[in-house]
Design a protein. Structure first.
Length: 264
């Protein structure tokens, strides 16, 4: 089972599951947890290789799909049949897999800084990282990518948080996760069909320069998806633009409370 923390548990309240990004941890939701606790039961989960969750290398055939299954198994242990899911960056990739493989467990999904594919520039960066990942310290690669993904002055706080937390991640776990990113494009394939009827809110910063354009194109055909863009904000929009992010997400969550849908 994955390490998790139950921040609030009140009988009758629906559950929110929060999934963090690559190298981060549940601390990235520090601007959201207190707000969400007023209306929902809130659980943060540490993905494999993060916090005290099992190492990436304790799993055979480690993949995004496998991690999605581990998240669902954690819900099984907690006896949570269905929940609202919120993910940032890597967390959004895992939610896409949950939407495809276990749609019956999802009431609604909020995907912040979502990624559906690499653009040519980020694909080149990944290829370079792949060449040097076994040669240079993994934190160098992570730090370089953090500055490229979040390059502006107003991205400094979220960039600093991710770099600080990534220092706690060991090399093997970093490389294990890094290797899964070559299959990023697979994560969104099939989501609109397999998660038909499940409301999805995509929230991105206008300055999320590596992923926003592809994301906007990919979700166009999903009738259950809506998109909100936060100005003057980059990849980690729940920190940089937290006030508007909180307004948008709590409104979306409250709209989708206590609604029973038939997933086809």
């Amino acid at each position: 089972m994955l390490e998790h923390e139950i921040h609030s548990k009140i009988a009758g309240n629906e559950y929110i599951i929060l999934l963090h990004g690559f190298g981060g941890n549940s601390s990235i939701f520090y601007k959201q947890i207190e707000l969400y606790k007023k209306y929902f039961n809130v659980i943060t989960i540490h993905l494999p290789g993060h916090g005290n969750s099992p190492s990436v290398h304790t799993y055979k055939g480690f993949s995004h799909s496998l991690v999605a299954q581990e998240v669902v198994k954690t819900l099984d242990v907690l006896k949570i049949k269905k929940a609202h899911f919120i993910g940032v960056s890597l967390g959004s990739i895992i939610i896409h897999w949950i939407l495809k493989e276990s749609p019956n467990r999802v009431k609604s999904a909020i995907l912040a800084g979502a990624m559906t594919k690499f653009n040519p520039f980020s694909s080149l960066l990944y290829s370079i990282g792949n060449l040097v990942k076994t040669i240079v310290p993994h934190l160098w690669i992570y730090t370089l990518f953090a500055y490229i993904i979040m390059p502006k002055t107003n991205h400094k706080k979220s960039r600093s948080i991710f770099i600080r937390e990534a220092k706690k991640m060991n090399r093997k776990d970093f490389i294990g996760w890094f290797n899964t990113m070559k299959y990023l494009k697979r994560s969104y394939v099939g989501v609109p069909l397999k998660a038909k009827g499940i409301p999805k809110l995509y929230v991105s910063g206008r300055e999320d320069h590596l992923f926003l354009t592809s994301l906007q194109k990919d979700i166009l055909k999903d009738k259950d998806a809506s998109m909100k863009i936060i100005e003057n904000c980059g990849h980690v929009c729940n920190i940089e633009g937290y006030e508007l992010f909180n307004q948008l997400t709590i409104a979306f969550l409250n709209t989708n409370k206590n609604i029973v849908r038939q997933i086809s």
